[in-house]
Write a protein that binds this ligand. Structure first.
Ligand code: NAG
Ligand code: NAG
Length: 298
């Protein structure tokens, strides 16, 4: 249903394109690739982790999404990059315990001078959160001559005891403050593993709308613009999820810039596009796929 909506909209834009209006589409995917060393965590994913990473890279090449943010891209990183073919990719920051597991694969380049990896100020010891330097990345990506977008990837503190909730709210606040300081007037994309739910009390995910005026593509396109109430019962997703109205912790948030309009036009839990040959999942997280349209004002 969303697919045909997307096609229709693309055709509707064709006359504009022929008039050389700066406008286009952008597809983005966030996927926690479950790349912790198998000896530490099998992520409840069957099969060999190296083979699975190879398969994930093959899918990335086949689908060719414009920007892919991955998390937990630790010890099987080389197997993903071996079969993927995106032109622009970040270099790994290392496996466990050295790296953050965060990488970006894209069809567009970014200004290397803007690229940064930031470690969280706070972590809570359980769930292995302090074992690796988790955090967030930032880059200013050039989509067209007149259009740059600020791209953030993140992986916050996991777990749901009170120490985790406090650490995670601090992590999210840290990203929000960075956006305030570095992305003034810019269109922004924040997509990654937030480990947060609107329904969970104290998670702090709302900071992106209150402080940075970001919209959540899931809330906007699947929930009729209404965030689930804090403390309400969560509709928990299967993996892969056949429906889009349940909530997962992997999220896509965005806003337009002063001169660039950015609009999310379709949202999908894309796990059914990322299966092993026998139908098993490749990750314990359902990847999230969002299509955007952008327009640069004259
Ligand atoms: C298929 O499923 C089993 C477990 O259900 C798994 O161990 C195996 O490695 C899977 N993948 C492939 C590609 O055969
Ligand atoms: C990547 O590989 C796919 C096929 O697997 C191909 O369709 C696509 O054009 C390739 N992309 C680049 C940037 O080489």
């Amino acid at each position: 249903m969303m697919h045909s909506l997307f096609l229709t909209t693309t055709f509707a834009l064709l006359p504009l394109t022929t008039l050389a209006q700066p406008t286009g589409t952008l597809s983005i995917l966030t996927m926690n690739v479950a790349g912790l060393p198998a000896i530490l965590n099998n992520n409840d994913v069957p099969g060999d982790k190296a083979d699975n990473a190879n398969q994930i890279g093959t899918y990335f090449a086949t689908y060719g999404y414009d920007i892919i943010n991955v998390q937990e891209d630790f010890n099987y990183h080389a197997y993903i990059y071996e079969t993927d073919n995106h032109t622009y990719r970040t270099a790994t920051s290392g496996g466990v315990p050295f790296g953050s597991g965060l990488n970006t694969l894209a069809n567009y380049p970014w200004d290397e001078s803007t690229f940064s990896r930031t470690k969280w100020n706070t972590c809570n010891l359980n769930s292995g959160d302090c074992l690796t330097p988790k955090g967030f990345t930032y880059m200013r990506m050039t989509i067209a001559e007149t259009f740059t977008v600020d791209v953030y990837n993140l992986h916050t503190d996991a777990g749901d005891d009170s120490g985790d909730i406090t650490a995670r709210a601090s992590n999210l606040q840290q990203v929000a403050d960075y956006i305030s300081a570095n992305s003034e007037g810019q269109p922004v994309l924040v997509f990654g593993d937030t480990n947060s739910r609107y329904t969970r009390t104290g998670d702090g995910i709302r900071i992106f709308s209150t402080q940075n005026s970001l919209a959540d593509a899931w809330v906007e396109l699947e929930m009729g613009g209404v965030e689930p109430t804090e403390g309400s019962d969560a509709l928990v997703c299967e993996n892969p999820s056949p429906i889009e109205t349940c909530e997962i912790v992997d999220k896509v948030l965005y806003r337009s810039g002063h001169d660039v309009g950015l609009t999310a036009v379709s949202f999908e839990y894309a796990g059914d596009k990322f299966l092993q040959s026998n139908g098993s999942v490749l990750s314990d997280h359902d990847p999230v796929l969002v299509q955007f349209e952008w327009t640069v004002s004259a």
